[in-house]
Design a protein around this ligand. Structure first.
Ligand code: HEC
Length: 147
């Protein structure tokens, strides 16, 4: 590939990625999956912000985010029970053929969230690796990489 082709390929890739990301799910079941993940991401962001020092430590907000993360992790096995059908879904069909393993990975997030000590920014920082690891472990296996 010459440089011009490479540049064009990269540009098309970016455009295709943007178009894909703009596709909104319409199946309520899939919207339910994605809304739960957005809530999980929101709670992680609050905790991650305090861990990195980009936001000030706030004990009440940290407790609330931890509680939400635990609740949402338990909700994964409930909300994902039905596959739904939507081209905008980033869920791999293997979730429903390996359901027990998927639930093990959901529970691992619950365990990491429960173990999180939110007494200080430093203690949150110490526990966030395990939380992020649980996200990554499930996404690697059960989330489409294009999503
Ligand atoms: C047990 C599996 C599992 C765990 C654990 C998990 N996820 Fe997900 N996540 C998924 C799947 C499957 C999707 C794709 C859902 C879809 O697009 O229908 C997803 C999608 C997402 C999305 C995109 C949602 C959207 O609007 O399309 C975000 C953001 C996300 N996850 C964040 C996280 C974060 C942050 C964590 C950890 C704190 C986490 N997830 C833990 C399985 C998991």
């Amino acid at each position: 590939m010459n440089l011009a082709t490479k540049t064009l390929t990269a540009a098309l890739f970016v455009v295709a990625g943007a178009a894909f990301a703009e596709t909104e799910a319409t199946d309520p079941i899939v919207i339910g999956h994605q809304d739960l993940m957005k809530s999980i991401a929101g709670a992680s962001k609050v905790l991650g912000g305090m861990a990195s020092g980009s936001t000030a430590y706030d004990a009440a907000a940290a407790e609330a985010a931890k509680a939400l993360l635990i609740k949402d992790a338990a909700d994964i096995a409930v909300k994902f029970k039905e596959p739904g059908s939507d081209p905008a879904s980033g869920a791999k069909p293997e979730i429903w053929t390996n359901w027990e393993d998927f639930v093990v990975k959901a529970n691992a997030l619950g365990t990491a969230a429960t173990a999180l000590d939110v007494a200080s920014a430093d203690s949150i920082k110490a526990g966030m690796g395990a939380v992020g690891g649980a996200c990554k472990d499930c996404h690697t296996t059960y989330r489409l990489s294009t999503n």
